[in-house]
Design a protein around this ligand. Structure first.
Ligand SMILES: NC(=O)c1ccc[n+]([C@@H]2O[C@H](COP(=O)([O-])OP(=O)(O)OC[C@H]3O[C@@H](n4cnc5c(N)ncnc54)[C@H](O)[C@@H]3O)[C@@H](O)[C@H]2O)c1
Length: 403
């Protein structure tokens, strides 16, 4: 047996819930621990532990990510009324992802894992398209009113200095609806930094789109800030032959559909919400979508884009065999280990991240897959297996690659 790969800085490890928690252990036992002398600072973000610690554990894990710079996270339950009863919770704790994102002030980038035998619905897409969604403000932090009678609606700003601004939104002649929303320069600026950093990281060009022809102050401010922030990254982009490209959202949609892929598309909050579902569906499967949170000061948290796959977990609890796809969770590990390797100048660890992904591709390219992929594969005979056998097949190929 070859010596295990050594690490110098710990990886922040955030464990999670349900089926993904089961996969987490399998991935660690079979694909990480036999090869890497894993140094990790472990945080159990499973719902019971969050409840027990009044969610302090989530905050601690985010603070640790700020300290060490790289984290890997398992999917976690965001409690709702039904989960309150199921887990006998003290409180309906907030989404851990939301908490971590607000502490790190980060942007989420979602990238599909592409294999030859799963063809995107858009036939000219050859390379992944990563969606970066600005996760603050706009319609998600808006206030709304329903008016039932004629009257005047106004937008009013009272500054601390005494400055007063007022514009008429509409002179209502009858019933209608109105909405007030906002964003802040600080958040837009952080979003821009995260996007330019991530583009350099992946070695891909960055597209950004808004509707600033219509929204001449609101959306225009996004464009202005992106232009300003880009000046800090321009030389590096030029050196690497990468492009920052701004266009209107409608033009971007048309270009994305006609493109080959291979770029990052930064979107405002609502556009990102909609477009990420469109792009992930068109690429094939949520189970093959990775996600990384990047903070403007360069901290990274890797995870799968999907949830805890509750349906499979209940089957698992009944002792039934499950074929849950671990690809996105494995790629969270490979991404985090590679980034840890990059930050520490640890070539062996960086290479391990590449080889682990390579072993996953070797397995899928032979048709060995989980059940969710069977109907998506073309030009190859799928050989569906359960999660444990799929991971074992990856391990076999990983051992060969590392021999
Ligand atoms: N990032 C996160 O931590 C995150 C994200 C989304 C949902 N959640 C949580 O996950 C739980 C379940 O949510 P959900 O059912 O809406 O989303 P989900 O992603 O867990 O599952 C949605 C559907 O997609 C399919 N699917 C997803 N991942 C798969 C995989 N790896 N292999 C095979 N099939 C897969 C399944 O058919 C499933 O029915 C909820 O408690 C929710 O709060 C967590």
């Amino acid at each position: 047996m070859k010596e295990k790969i050594q690490m110098t800085t710990p990886l922040v490890e955030m464990d999670g819930d349900e089926m993904t928690r089961i996969l987490w252990k399998m991935i660690k036992d079979e694909l990480i621990l036999p090869f890497v002398d894993l140094k990790s600072e472990y945080y159990d973000l499973g719902l019971m532990k969050r409840d027990e610690t009044n969610d302090q554990i989530t905050i601690d894990s985010a603070e640790a990510t700020k300290k060490y710079g790289v984290a890997v996270k398992c999917a976690t339950i965001t409690p709702n009324a039904q989960r309150m009863t199921e887990y006998n919770l003290h409180e309906m704790w907030k989404s851990p992802n939301g908490t971590i994102r607000s502490i790190l002030d980060g942007t989420v980038f979602r990238t599909p894992i592409i294999i030859d035998s799963i063809k995107p619905v858009v036939k000219n897409w050859e390379l992944p398209i990563t969606i970066a969604r600005h996760a603050y403000g706009d319609v998600y932090k808006s206030v709304e009113l329903r008016v039932e009678e004629p009257g005047v609606a106004k937008l009013v700003f009272d500054g601390e200095s005494g400055k007063h601004d007022e514009v008429v939104i509409q002179n209502f002649k009858g019933a209608g609806v109105l909405q007030g929303m906002h964003n802040v320069d600080k958040s837009i600026r952080s979003f821009a930094h995260s996007c330019f950093k991530f583009a350099l990281d992946r070695g891909e060009s960055l597209w950004f789109s808004t509707k600033d022809t219509i929204s001449k102050k609101y959306d225009a401010q996004f464009r202005i800030i992106f232009d300003e922030v880009f000046q800090e990254y321009k030389d590096e982009f030029d050196k690497r032959g990468l492009e920052y490209f701004y266009t209107l959202i409608d033009d971007a949609v048309a270009r994305v559909i006609r493109s080959k892929g291979g770029f990052i598309w930064a979107c405002k909050n609502y556009d990102g919400d909609v477009m990420s579902d469109m792009v992930s569906t068109a690429f094939g499967s949520l189970a093959m979508m990775t996600s990384v949170l990047v903070s403007p000061d360069g901290n990274y948290e890797y995870e799968a884009a999907h949830g805890t796959v509750t349906r499979h977990y209940y089957k698992y609890l009944k002792g039934e065999e499950t074929s849950t796809n671990p690809m996105a969770t494995i790629f969270a590990w490979s991404g985090a280990l590679r980034k840890r390797g990059e930050k520490d100048g640890n070539k062996a660890l960086k290479n391990f991240g590449d080889q682990l992904e390579g072993a996953c591709f070797d397995t899928l390219n032979e048709g060995i897959c989980t059940k969710d992929l069977v109907n998506l594969m073309e030009g190859i005979t799928p050989k569906p297996v359960n999660s444990a056998d799929f991971i074992a097949a990856i391990r076999e190929r990983l051992e060969k690659r590392l021999a």
